[in-house]
Structure formats: C-alpha cells, structure tokens
Write a protein that binds this ligand. Structure first.
Ligand SMILES: [Zn+2]
Length: 72
C-alpha cells in the first residue's frame, strides 16, 4: 500500500504534497501495472475523469498530460 494517494478534491499527494500523481506514485504504478500497461491507462483515465470534475477550472490538456500523458 502507498502513502502517496490523492487528497481530494485538491488532487495533491498525501505523502509529499506534490500534484498527484507525484513522481513516487507514478513509479509505483508503473511497477504495479508492469504486466498490464493498458489496464494502467484505463485506470488513470478514470482518475482523469474524476479530476476534471473537481478541477473544472484547469485546462483539459494540462490535466490530460498530468494523469495520462506521462504513460505514453
Ligand atoms: Zn507523493
């Protein structure tokens, strides 16, 4: 289990206060989903949808890069 979960509705990391997913959590996710990268994209996509609702003021492209773009 990770200490680096998101604090809602701010979407800051509970472990290091960086914008979530922080560098540590991204590393953990890549490890956890090493065998199924497509599942990770879908998983982060669901976070993107939720975060877009919480941060409706944020440009969609910025959120997309933050939640899904780093997987490319
Ligand atoms: Zn963190």
């Amino acid at each position: 289990m990770t200490d680096h979960g998101p604090v809602l509705p701010l979407w800051l990391c509970a472990g290091c206060s960086a914008p979530w997913p922080c560098a540590t959590r991204r590393r953990e996710l890549l490890t956890e989903y090493a065998a199924s990268p497509v599942a990770l994209v879908l998983y982060m996509g669901s976070y993107l949808v939720a975060a877009s609702q919480d941060m409706s003021w944020a440009p969609a492209g910025t959120l997309h890069r933050r939640f899904v773009g780093w997987l490319a």
